[in-house]
Ligand binder design. Structure first.
Ligand SMILES: Nc1ncnc2c1ncn2[C@@H]1O[C@H](COP(=O)(O)OP(=O)(O)OP(=O)(O)O)[C@@H](O)[C@H]1O
Length: 328
């Protein structure tokens, strides 16, 4: 039985197609990731599935409830942790939890028990009487996740759960997410533009670009699908380098993007010396050269010819952090 079923779901904003006829199903207990660059349509998809936004066309069900016909049932059966935090700054962690529990009519006894259990899970029990405005970004995210679980949802939606967090806090949050999934069997659907996050957490990943799903598989199979090794070279003469490399018979695929050339090939080690010799003979300077096994970034590049714009992501992180600082 599926936790989520989506069929040709589409969202247009004044004629602009933000989500373009996507279809997928998520098994109960699965961690499913929507991976893509900014503006790919991830949040719009999550907003439709959580009934915050009406689709233009297509259909979807969550926990067997139709998102258009049974909005209230869908909402009761899901937890949501979205990008822009919605905690009340002037309340304590406990008060924020309690307020949410009342909203969802969780009976008092159960509510107190669950609040303690969940605050312990996210290691905030000793901070329960502190005002949220004194919390760090990581603490807020953990509290939001605990709050999203208070009414015991079967499916939890996490929109960019670790955006703007430092690597250590991000790692800890990944552990919470994994524990939640294993211990409580909760189905998780998350969006991210962090490759590492999708790779580490997700049972399956849908790579989404310009509103369309361009690949959907386990991270392992996605990486296997492009096969071989990847060599990345940066050079001031990238165009010439790309033109030269792509003609070599041992090259499966070569992409020119931003400041580097990425080559997909078999047995990369055997061709490094040849690349250096060829470059030198053609007066092409090599600033940097590296070999690695394919990552999800390479998968995205393979299917779209572009990288997921990490720089853009970083800019967005900074904007969010600034906004968060302003609202404190
Ligand atoms: N309310 C809206 N009105 C008009 N356009 C919108 C609206 N919401 C989203 N869009 C556009 O739809 C596209 C998809 O946006 P969406 O937020 O779903 O992307 P995303 O993949 O979640 O990226 P991000 O990480 O930046 O949120 C973008 O081009 C965005 O500008």
């Amino acid at each position: 039985m599926y936790a989520i079923e989506v069929e040709k779901l589409t969202k247009k904003f004044h004629g602009f197609v933000a989500v373009d006829s996507i279809s997928f199903s998520i098994e109960r207990g699965e961690i499913f990731g929507l991976l893509g660059p900014n503006g790919a349509g991830k949040t719009t998809t999550m907003s439709m599935l959580s009934t915050m936004l009406k689709p233009t066309s297509g259909r979807a069900s969550v926990n067997d409830f139709d998102i258009l016909k049974s909005e209230d049932d869908v909402r009761r059966s899901i937890g949501i942790v979205f990008q822009d935090q919605s905690l009340d700054e002037e309340l304590t962690a406990h008060e924020n939890m309690d307020f949410h529990g009342r909203l969802y009519r969780v009976p008092k006894d159960l509510r107190q028990k669950k609040i303690t259990e969940l605050l312990e899970l996210v290691e905030l029990e000793d901070k329960k009487d502190n005002l949220v405005k004194t919390f760090s970004g990581g603490m807020r995210r953990r509290l939001e996740i605990a709050r999203g679980l208070l009414h015991e949802p079967e499916v939890l939606f996490l929109d960019e759960p670790t955006l703007g967090l430092d690597p250590q806090t991000r790692n800890r949050l990944w552990q919470y997410i994994e524990e939640l999934n294993k211990e409580k069997g909760i189905t998780l659907i998350l969006t991210t533009h962090y490759m590492e996050e999708a790779d580490r957490l997700c049972d399956r990943v849908a790579i989404i670009d310009k509103g369309k799903i361009i690949a959907m598989e386990t991270p392992e199979n996605l990486k296997k699908s492009i096969g071989g090794d990847v060599i990345t070279i940066s050079s001031p003469e990238n165009d010439d380098l790309h033109a030269m490399i792509r003609l070599q018979p041992w090259v499966n695929h070569a992409d020119l993007h931003n400041s580097s050339v990425t080559i997909n090939l078999k047995n990369a080690e055997q061709h490094i010396a040849e690349i250096v010799t060829l470059s030198s003979a053609n007066k092409i300077t090599i600033n940097n050269i590296s070999i690695h096994k394919p990552t999800l970034e390479d998968v995205f590049l393979h299917y779209t010819g572009r990288t997921i714009r990490e720089e853009e992501a970083k800019t967005k992180d900074r904007m969010r952090m600034m906004r968060r600082m302003r609202t404190r």
